[in-house]
Design a protein around this ligand. Structure first.
Ligand code: DCT
Ligand code: MG
Length: 400
């Protein structure tokens, strides 16, 4: 999870959740509009089914640039508005061909519609093109593509007059932390997408590591690969064991095993700070309190079915891959699995739905009913959806 690392270190929350448009009345669409436009589309991603097939990529790519530009400028309202707009368009089974067809689609504000109008008319957005050629945007985008460098650090370097990696690496005044050093060292590999086959190979390696020591351990692939994505920026796993308390040994043991196998290129282990008695948490926190590891692992081509996903002409026979491991206690497993399966927008809306529609607090640790003043138990993701009064959404339908 590259996107939160800097915020975590700098103590800045990643997102601010604000109440948005609620579409309650549904006008009848004009004749000839997209047929499915008549269906009510929920403003909450957790009430929509979003596969990896995106019929509105021309719009959502543009919105992502705008959102990121607002994020770099720390303007959170419009940033979130564009992320929500992108998310709702991703859920549509049809391509938007005219603005009138979106009359029953929530979360599309004035600014968003103006951008869509431009794209529909000219095939591109001038506002987006201006951002893409903006020096500050381009530099921040480049710097934040390094593992361990978030928007705050990138902006500091930019304000210091730095524009390229060689500027940063040649600046005597900059002391890179260990994470950033590894980020630069393995830049080529970890900025390259990880394939599904590579994710499966890593699963086999970690499975062997964890079961060598704890035969009854449970290992689950989460993140984008659990949602059926073909490629990801990292591979996320949850690992636990039925015996409460024993999960504490899992990550240190996997790390030791990997060290022994000489496949560990970087390791940042964070012990658990989880304390059930400190819940529920009313504060929005970017990160959960479970034990976790942010790793860079060495993956051999011989372990990957069909071979490594390398650049043409690269014949090293191995590559570096970013891997995240989380180890919650078993009684928190369903919450951790739901939280780490993403997408980020799906998670945001689950929490927002819980709070605004059910008076409940949901995070990666627990679900708390503020009306009944009690925690709601869950052993599966389905239990959590049921407590929230939501239809179950399969992981592959959570690509919001
Ligand atoms: N997550 C979370 N809390 C955080 C950070 C992440 O609950 N503070 C969840 C949301 C998504 C999931 O963890 C994995 O994060 P990423 O790896 O960043 O996202 P991804 O969906 O797996 O995307 P990618 O394919 O790019 O890795
Ligand atoms: Mg991931």
């Amino acid at each position: 999870v590259g996107w939160f690392t800097d915020s975590m270190r700098e103590g800045r929350p990643v997102a601010v959740e604000t109440r948005h448009l609620i579409q309650e009345t549904v006008p009848t669409p004009p004749e000839g509009s997209a047929p499915t436009a008549q269906a009510v589309v929920s403003q909450y991603a957790c009430q929509r089914r979003t596969t990896t097939e995106n019929n509105n990529k021309i719009f959502t790519d543009a919105f992502e640039v705008l959102a990121e530009s607002y994020e770099f400028n720390e303007i959170e309202g419009p940033c979130l508005a564009f992320r929500r707009a992108a998310s709702v368009l991703k859920s549509l089974s049809w391509a938007v061909q005219c603005l009138e067809a979106t009359r029953n689609v929530p979360c599309l504000g004035e600014h968003t519609k103006a951008v869509m109008e431009e794209i529909l008319r000219y095939g591109r957005s001038f506002e987006v093109e201006k951002i893409l050629s903006d020096e500050r945007y381009r530099t921040l985008k480049l710097f934040t593509s390094v593992f361990g460098v978030g928007p705050k650090t990138a902006d500091k370097w930019y304000r210091g007059g730095l524009r390229s990696f060689s500027d940063v690496l040649g600046d005597r005044g900059i002391r890179l932390n260990r994470m950033q050093q590894s980020g630069f060292l393995h830049y080529g590999d970890i900025s390259r997408a990880v394939s599904k086959a590579e994710a499966r190979a890593l699963r086999n390696i970690i499975d062997e590591a964890v079961h060598a020591i704890t035969p009854d351990a449970v290992l689950a692939l989460t993140g984008g690969f659990r949602r059926g994505k073909e490629f990801g920026h990292d591979v996320d796993f949850i690992v636990t064991t039925p015996e409460l308390g024993k999960e504490k040994n899992l990550l240190p043991n996997i790390v030791l095993f990997s060290l022994h196998q000489r496949i560990l290129l970087y390791c940042d282990y964070q012990a658990s700070t989880f304390d059930m008695s400190k819940l529920p948490s009313y504060r929005f926190e970017a990160m959960d309190h479970f034990a976790k590891c942010f790793l860079i692992m060495r993956l051999e081509g011989s372990q990957v079915e069909g071979g490594l996903h390398l650049a043409e002409g690269d014949s090293r026979g191995w590559r570096a891959v970013r891997v995240d491991l989380v180890a919650p206690p078993m009684d928190r497993y369903a919450f951790a699995l739901l939280g780490w399966s993403g997408s980020r927008q799906f998670e945001r809306d689950l929490r927002r739905f819980a709070r605004l529609e059910r008076n409940m607090l949901l995070d990666n640790h627990a679900l708390y009913d503020k009306t009944k003043k009690e925690f709601l138990a869950a052993t599966t993701e389905r239990d959590i959806f049921a407590h929230l009064g939501l239809e179950y959404i399969e992981p592959w339908q959570r690509n919001a």
